[in-house]
Design a protein. Sequence first.
Length: 86
Amino acid sequence: MSLIQIHDLTFSYPGSYDEVFSHLELNLDTTWRLGLVGRNGRGKTTLLRLLSGELAPTAGRTSLPGPAARFPFPLPQDDTPALDAL
């Protein structure tokens, strides 16, 4: 069983008074099929960016069994037509 482990994760954006996460603790089995659901602005994308290494946590740590990637992938040019991107 491989685990994605999040231990004591705290994160806030620079200049922000509020923390997005405060002392978050999670253990996720990589064989589970999960959905990340919530209202806009509640930290779903921020959590994925923390797991993929795009953002660094203010405190705490994450442990993944391998590299993480998230969709949508960045495009080389902003004006790439959708069919070309696919």
